[in-house]
Design a protein around this ligand. Structure first.
Ligand code: FES
Length: 457
């Protein structure tokens, strides 16, 4: 938001600090300016789920008003999980430029294929029109939040519900990242240990439901790359609405989502250049099958470890790890063919990443490119900087979005995306890019055993 015309981060600004001052949200921008930003973001692929962008639009509007062009610096106060930043800089440049004709239906189809759930592409999405779960909740609905004991605290307002739950504000911990699993015995060419990784989607799990009705979906404009597909928020909203005979909103805080939401499972593995190896992994339904189907030479050992929930629904879970291991073992960045049939290759340097992707009919180059850059950002973060600290009892200690290690705009290299226009049935391409970039980034790190490789540098 703008406070007396200056950009401020709304989520950490107490209401008392803006008493008597003028607050402008994205809806308060002059019509023409708002439309121009929506068009600029849409024509460059600078928004996907569109949750982070209303704030970013205001930040860029203020930057433009003062005549500065330091977009990456201006973005330091923001986080975008989807786009990988680069297209947001392009949107800044594209402000006021006519993007030309485009088939937004085809663009939305490509976005749905990449995001895994229906996802709309249109100028209003960047302006907050994505259709988020809590947007349509009635103002007099009860509010339910996790009570920290496996149940739900319900109150007339969010403040009441949180008080009833005894919610403690999360913070970044000083505890170090742990690699709980030990590398399997063997004479390996490479070994790798990863830790729990938070999907870190921006729009937290939410839903609402009226008694006897269908609950609002948390997947209206994106499924958080698998992070929210099994969200329990809708079922809880329905149950509590029926129980209370009133509409109920279910809202998870960031801390709740870190504790209760699915993580990428940690692995410890060794592999040889002949394609054999052993992958030890925190027991996660479906993960062993995903590894074996992709790389039959790898044996999977599932281990019970204390930790937050894990999921094989997360982007490229299991097979990306397998591709990384086998690439590292031979020391070559080879093309990866994903289970969906897409093929991707990547070259990674600190200032430039080149990716090539072949995933059937592109449908819309802008959207496909945006998802490939976003996947590059997520893969680099996974290898270089992301992870959450989990204690011996299995409780996560990194409870703020700042603490997950997501690469900032300033840390994100330029990305060149080459799209194969050979045609064919369109399939998901960004997951293959994710796996290809992770493998190339790891080889670039000399196949250092422990991820993230650059966390404390
Ligand atoms: Fe930025 Fe989704 S578009 S978080």
């Amino acid at each position: 938001m703008l406070v007396d015309g200056a950009p401020r981060v709304a989520c950490v600004t107490p209401a008392r600090r803006v008493a008597g001052r003028t607050v402008t949200t994205v809806d308060g921008l002059p019509d023409e300016e708002r439309r121009a930003w929506g068009d600029a973001f849409c024509s460059t692929g600078a928004s996907q789920c569109g949750f982070c962008t209303p704030g970013i639009v205001l930040r860029l509007a203020a930057l433009r008003a003062k005549g500065s062009t330091d977009v990456d610096g201006a973005l330091l106060a923001h986080l975008c999980r989807c786009t990988g930043w680069r297209t947001i800089g392009e949107a800044f440049e594209a402000y006021g430029v006519d993007g030309g004709p485009r088939d937004l239906e085809a663009a939305s189809r490509r976005a749905a294929i990449e995001g895994g759930v229906p996802q709309r592409v249109a100028p209003d999405v960047a302006l907050g029109g994505g259709g988020f779960a809590d947007d349509t909740a009635p103002v007099d609905a009860l509010v339910a939040v996790p009570d920290g004991r496996g149940g739900w605290a319900v109150g007339e307002t969010l403040t009441d519900a949180r008080q009833a739950a005894g919610k403690v504000q999360g913070r970044r911990t000083t505890a170090a990242l742990q690699h709980t699993l030990g590398v399997p015995e063997g004479d390996w060419d490479v070994t790798l240990r990863t830790t729990w990784v938070e999907p870190a989607y921006l729009e937290l799990d939410a839903s609402w439901c009226a008694p006897g009705r269908e609950p609002a979906t948390p997947l209206a404009n994106g499924g958080a790359f698998g992070g929210k597909v099994a969200s329990e928020a809708p079922a809880v909203a329905r149950r509590l609405a029926d129980e209370h005979g009133r509409a109920v909103r279910v809202l998870l805080s960031r801390e709740d989502t870190v504790r209760l939401g699915p993580k990428r499972a940690p692995i410890a593995a060794g592999a040889g250049a002949d394609g054999t190896g052993v992958v030890r992994v925190a027991r996660t339904e479906g993960l062993a099958d995903a590894v074996r189907a992709f790389a039959p030479g790898l044996t999977v050992e599932e281990v019970d470890v204390a930790g937050p929930p894990t999921s094989s629904a997360l982007r490229a879970a299991g097979w990306a790890e397998a591709h990384v291991l086998l690439s590292g073992a031979t020391g070559t960045t080879r093309a990866v063919r994903s289970p969906s049939g897409a093929v991707a290759e990547a070259e990674v340097a600190d200032d430039l990443v080149r990716v090539r992707v072949s995933c059937g009919d592109a449908l819309d180059d802008v959207v496909l490119r945006s998802y490939c850059i976003g996947a590059t950002h997520m893969a680099l973060g996974w290898v270089w900087s992301e992870g959450i600290a989990v204690d011996e009892a299995g409780d996560p200690h990194d409870l703020t979005i700042r603490s997950f290690g997501i690469l900032r705009a300033r840390e994100m290299p330029a990305v060149e995306v080459e799209i194969d226009h050979g045609g064919g049935e369109p399939v998901n391409g960004s997951d293959a890019v994710f796996a290809a970039v992770a493998a190339a980034a790891w080889i670039g790190e000399g196949c250092a055993q422990d991820w993230p490789t650059r966390r404390n540098k």
